[in-house]
Design a protein around this ligand. Structure first.
Ligand SMILES: [Ca+2]
Length: 507
């Protein structure tokens, strides 16, 4: 090698190592179907911003989440979409569901529009070439790792494979929104006993077949291997640790079942609690592994759930699964869209230069609201990555809120648009400050139908009193603001039996 080339190589090596040390590792720990109450960590607060422990917090066991929460900041009010695919596309793009157009969960086998859903909704999900968080981070020098449930596109689509969407590694991700089985004895849904037309089979985990390794554990072991590989290669990594847990089927995790035998709750409720505890162990195992490898101080963890709780604990539109909140996954109430969110360094150290750039407050609760759209700009900023100029996103950076401050530039607004039929049908919910509007679209009106529900969440967080009639001016202003945001985000609307768009009507 000539001397010039050698010195050039040395410069490149120096530059590469400088980049590596400037970039923190980033983990999104995304738990499927985990609502804000599915944990022993209290997220809801009283009027003074102090955490309140409710009975569900006493039922679940999540010590690793408590450890993470003690090291960082959690939000009392963090919003996701009410079902899987809309949130997952938002994680990847930073766009609200109205804008990316995947407003309903993707049915792998075909269009899940429903009878009156918009024709043009994006049922095929993400595509090759879309601007995604892993693509952008990869451009900024990250190794990008995907583990677990993907559900970014239907069967045989480009989006069904995370490798087409900017990830260097995919273990476990496919078009399926749930596993057929959490058990290694069932080969996680790949066992020959299921026949030829197998669905919901989790790929890539052959090494664990016929062991006693629960799906959550297998994914954790694989994640830790990939983390090791990145650290050994001295590459910063972005890991989307996307657990299939806590989604149904509610298969009991035998490691934790003894903790719940004495309860009089249902078999499914107990199994759900074991899924929660297995997920929590995964978080702790990954934190421990980062510490063992000596990279915990340089690793940022964002923990959150992808939609409201699906805990099998009672009626869908009652105060049960998410008590004291009303409703659960796929409803228009708070229980459908409030999720746990914690941000923390995996090992806090005030003298670490990367942590000095984002000194996340420890053991605190942020009561200003945040949304899943906010992760995209927040992560880009800390990673030193640049959003492509043509890409519109809808979130606002969370840095000030994570550091324990209030942020007047961050709007107290969340728009969730669901022009489809699920547990709740054809609605838009719009949170603005203390107020929440729910607008209902009716393909067929009847005498009892009302378009409007209005709640003041400060006075009534359980949404027990619809006060639309008593507050006509506030109702009008809220509908007007909701319509403006729907239009700005190019929303598609449900249709009536003749195919006419059902746009919101001002009161
Ligand atoms: Ca989900």
């Amino acid at each position: 090698m000539n001397p010039f080339a050698a010195s050039l190589l040395a410069v490149v090596a120096l530059a590469t190592s400088a980049i590596a040390t400037d970039k923190p590792n980033i983990i999104i720990f995304l738990v499927d179907d985990m609502g804000v109450m599915d944990t022993s960590v209290p997220f809801l607060t009283d009027d003074a911003g102090e955490p309140v422990v409710y009975p569900l917090n006493e039922w679940y066991r999540t010590p690793s989440m408590a450890r993470l929460a003690a090291q960082g900041t959690r939000f009392s009010t963090f919003y996701a979409q009410s079902v899987c695919s809309p949130t997952r596309a938002t994680v990847m793009t930073g766009q609200n569901a109205t804008r990316h157009g995947t407003t309903q969960w993707i049915r792998p086998e075909g269009n899940n529009r429903g009878k009156f859903g918009p024709e043009a909704w994006n049922w095929t999900g993400l595509k090759k070439g879309d601007v995604t968080l892993p693509h952008v981070l990869k451009s900024a020098g990250y190794r990008t790792l995907f583990l677990g449930k993907a559900h970014f596109g239907p069967l045989d689509s480009e989006g069904s494979d995370p490798l087409n969407l900017g990830f260097d590694v995919n273990i476990g991700g496919a078009c399926w929104g749930r596993p057929k089985s959490y058990y290694a004895s069932d080969h996680y849904g790949n066992h020959p006993k299921y026949g030829k037309k197998v669905t919901h089979n989790v790929p890539h985990l052959e090494a664990y077949y016929d062991t006693d390794t629960f799906l959550t554990e297998a994914l954790t072991l694989e994640a830790n291997k990939e983390i090791t590989q990145s650290v050994e290669a001295d590459e910063p990594f972005f890991l989307l640790m996307s657990h299939y847990a806590l989604h149904s089927p509610f298969h009991s995790d035998p490691r934790f079942a003894p903790n719940y035998v004495d309860s009089d709750k249902s078999k499914h409720a107990k199994a759900f609690a074991t899924l929660v505890e297995g997920m929590d162990k995964s978080l702790g195992d990954i934190m421990d592994h980062l510490d063992t490898l000596g990279v915990a101080e340089n690793t940022l963890i964002f923990f959150w759930g992808d939609n409201g709780s699906d805990a099998p604990l009672g009626g869908t539109h009652t105060v049960a699964s998410s008590a004291p909140l009303l409703g659960k996954k796929a409803t228009h109430y708070e229980g459908g869209m409030r999720v746990p969110f914690i941000a923390a360094w995996a090992k806090p150290n005030a003298s670490n230069p990367e942590q000095q750039r984002l000194p996340i407050a420890q053991g605190t609760i942020q009561t200003q609201l945040g949304t899943i759209m906010d992760l995209y700009p927040t992560i880009l900023e800390i990673a030193g990555a640049t959003n492509p100029a043509e890409h519109i996103y809808d979130g606002y950076g969370l840095s000030k809120l994570l550091c324990g401050q209030s942020d007047e530039a961050h709007p107290d607004v969340f728009l969730m648009h669901f022009p489809h039929d699920h547990r709740s049908k054809y609605f838009t919910s719009y949170r603005n400050g203390d107020w929440k509007l729910v607008y209902h679209y009716y393909p067929k009106m009847n005498k009892q139908s009302s378009h409007y529900e209005l709640f003041n969440l400060k006075d009534d967080f359980a949404e027990s009193q619809n006060i639309a009639q008593q507050n006509p001016e506030k109702l009008y202003a809220m509908v007007q603001a909701m319509v403006a945001q729907l239009e700005a985000e190019e929303a598609l609307y449900p249709v009536d039996a003749d195919g006419n768009e059902l746009r919101p009507i001002l009161p």
